[in-house]
Ligand binder design. Sequence first.
Ligand SMILES: Nc1ncnc2c1ncn2[C@@H]1O[C@H](COP(=O)(O)OP(=O)(O)OP(=O)(O)O)[C@@H](O)[C@H]1O
Ligand SMILES: [Mg+2]
Length: 505
Amino acid sequence: MNSDPLLVLDRVCKSFGPVQVIDEVTVEVHAGKVSVLLGENGAGKSTLIKMIAGVHPPDGGRILIEGKEVKISDTKSSEALGIATIHQELNLVPSMTIAENITLGRVPRRFGIINRREMRKIAREALDRLGLDLHVDTPVGNLGLAQQQLVEIAKALSLDARILILDEPTAALTTAEINQLFDVVRNLKAKGVGMVFISHHLDEIAAIGDFVNVLRDGQFIATVPADTDENQLVRLMVGRDIDEQFPRVRTEVSDTPLLSVQGLGAGMLSDISFEVRPGEVVALAGLMGAGRTELIRAIAGADDYTAGSVTVAGTPLARRDVAAATRAGIGHVPEDRKTQGLVLDASVAENIGYATMASTARAGLVDRKGQRKRAEDVAARLRIRMGSIDQPIRSLSGGNQQKAVFGRWFTAGSKVLLLDEPTRGVDVGAKVEIYELINEITASGGCVLMASSELPEVLGMSDRVLVMSQGRIAGELKTREATQDSIMAMAVSNVHREHETGMNQ
Ligand SMILES: Nc1ncnc2c1ncn2[C@@H]1O[C@H](COP(=O)(O)OP(=O)(O)OP(=O)(O)O)[C@@H](O)[C@H]1O
Ligand SMILES: [Mg+2]
């Protein structure tokens, strides 16, 4: 850090109402370096980068670029200063095409008419930089979460910024995609671009970072080199050691299945049969696109299926009926919390209480007091960081929103939990809290079906692994006997692709 910094946040502050979420934090960005922001969910990382992006200007302190104080009052002035931002929550317009999204706000025109050819060319080049084989006329709404994230990244890269901010860009990506992104980042480093990088994956910090700025509760804790030992980073971040990353307590598994799926077929899925017994955690592993999310959504009643049956505790479930599934004790934590899991403008209490609303209502009246109490209890257990249980869930940090979706089903006493990437965007400490609730669910006779691309999580928390490949179950492993390699080998057993693994090791 010998060079003069490109950008400095100098003792910046930010409050939302009475709550101060950033308290005199100083962070530097250097040309050709990656400055990592590390901190628990709600520590203030996104708020800090939103100051640079012009989304939430600071209410105290200064921002300096090349030593000169600047005012970044909105996103336009941020872009004008050569800053490009990839936000944690996606900002694309689903109904518009990839090309329209990438060129949004700077549509090329010729004689006042939109120059579609030029627009497609800009988009094509942007996608090529990331090696993305997508058609530029595809509506963004047709893409999966990972692909949308990649388009968002391609868009930011195409701005040719001198400062690039990446807020959890890797959360939804596969190993191969992450490597591709990191190649681009290394390239930009060589060109002198200064970057800010946020991630809850500590191994990525050493791979791509130069130095790490640790935040805790909106306060600056320390700046350390990126090759600092992971345990030390965790200690700085959470203020204590984490002894057991995967605290799975295995319980007695009874024989009668709690969830039974027989001969299920839908779209790409065919002939899927398996059972999950009380006390069990069964992981669904597989490559991106193997059909894990499709399977979970069909069981949860979110999507229809054309063949087979789903049975909970011996009772067949109606197809495509979320309310019936909920009544039968199914809880579903979807892959994409923002569009499938949450009512963003409703309060934290309402979002958590939503699944119990009908069952606890008396004479048709929602039991608001009880709802609040239960929400407060689970929020405390999961340490959901917020000003008040009545604030809109939209204003919670990404990881805290994820904890709230999980908390909803825990509060509802769901017996069959369907989890799709349950700890995406969740910090290392909060992951352990989610795992402990999973233990409680199995200890009380419930069961969990968990799709996860995190192989350490699969190996650390499940009892059995079902490996999916191309819409079928390719095989089953006992977790005790499984390794990352044996899971991977099964996942690619009938796939002929050389590079893509789709799983994070
Ligand atoms: N618009 C807002 N209104 C009220 N509070 C907010 C708003 N935006 C953020 N906050 C609060 O500021 C705090 C910091 O949130 P921030 O999103 O910066 O956390 P983060 O470090 O990015 O966490 P995560 O790892 O979960 O993404 C949180 O307590 C959050 O609830
Ligand atoms: Mg954040």
